[in-house]
Design a protein. Structure first.
Length: 306
């Protein structure tokens, strides 16, 4: 074999090898049809999550703090866009606390929470948990409770149509419940007066209760303490604090059995999620499962929350 034949032979062999390599011997591990199905499901899930986060979401109510407006075991839909939809501020494994915080923003709102609205919000003391309460007083208003009757700016706030009082007696106005916030504000039945801060307010030490001032500052994610008669915010001494957002005072309609703003303080606007609108399912948890369908409160289906 001469040199020319040798080169030609090697070239032919290389071509054959390339052809073998270009033809896969094994089938792909996933078919094109399966790929399309997976992409479709991913898209559906993303759309569903987007709707849940920004438009409407389902919430379960495990306690009776809003009875009889909302019953224990109610499942309700919340309008998440009326107060301005929030983008997710936490990403993690659902139904766990494994995850991390992410930057978030709020879309423009149709309106802000108003007095009497039934509001869904992140619980200020544990933002993994959602609460639902009635907005009793808004930014710039003053709330006071006298013998169980609520007054806002010295005007009687009518009890909601389905509100509930489980305790027939009224605590004396002279008795201090030290679980009430801030301390020294009275008790569940005789509370305040307390001013609800609005965005732009200037709060000064000595003019506004220290515990409430601390509550407002820390809800804005700042550190706070008092030293030598001055506010120290984020380690900087200050004479005053300018409120960065509106705040709200929330209470349950079950006034004698509600853990609300009387015990833990204000709800800032950045924790407001949405407005409760309608009950889509209600389960009577006091009944055993074998009593189905009687465990379902059929008369609450489609109940408008107001």
């Amino acid at each position: 074999m001469n040199i020319f034949q040798s080169v030609l032979y090697k070239d032919c062999q290389n071509r054959k090898n390339e052809e073998k390599m270009s033809k896969p011997n094994d089938k792909p591990w996933i078919s094109p049809r399966a790929k399309r199905e997976i992409k479709s499901w991913i898209l559906i899930i993303l759309i569903a999550l987007g709707i849940k986060q920004t438009i409407v979401a389902s919430y379960h109510v495990p306690t009776g703090s809003m009875e009889n407006t909302i019953m224990t075991g109610d499942f309700l839909f919340g309008n998440n866009f009326i107060y301005g939809s929030r983008t997710p501020d936490w990403i993690g494994i659902p139904y766990t606390r494994i995850g991390f915080k992410v930057p978030w923003f709020r879309l423009p709102s149709i309106k802000k929470p108003e007095q009497g609205d039934v509001v869904i919000f992140k619980f200020p003391l544990d933002q993994h948990v959602h609460y639902v309460k009635r907005c009793i007083a808004g930014p710039g208003q003053t709330i006071e409770v006298k013998h169980k009757q609520v007054f806002v700016d010295d005007v009687e706030f009518p009890n909601p149509e389905h509100s509930k009082f489980t305790r027939p007696t009224t605590y004396s106005e002279y008795w201090e419940n030290y679980q009430i916030f801030p301390k020294g504000s009275g008790n569940e039945d005789n509370f305040g007066p307390v001013y609800v801060p609005k965005e732009g307010d200037t709060l000064r030490l000595g003019e506004y209760p220290t515990q409430l001032l601390k509550n407002v500052v820390e809800l804005a994610n700042h550190s706070f303490y008092v030293q030598d008669g001055k506010l120290v915010i984020d380690e900087i001494p200050r004479d005053y604090y300018v409120v960065e957002q509106d705040h709200y005072f929330m209470m349950g309609d079950n006034r004698d059995n509600s853990y609300d703003s009387r015990f833990w303080g204000f709800v800032p606007y950045n924790l407001v999620v949405g407005r409760a609108i309608i009950v889509w399912l209600s389960i009577n948890k006091e009944m055993p499962l074998y009593r189905f369908p009687k465990i379902v409160r059929w008369n609450r289906f489609g109940k408008i929350i107001s």
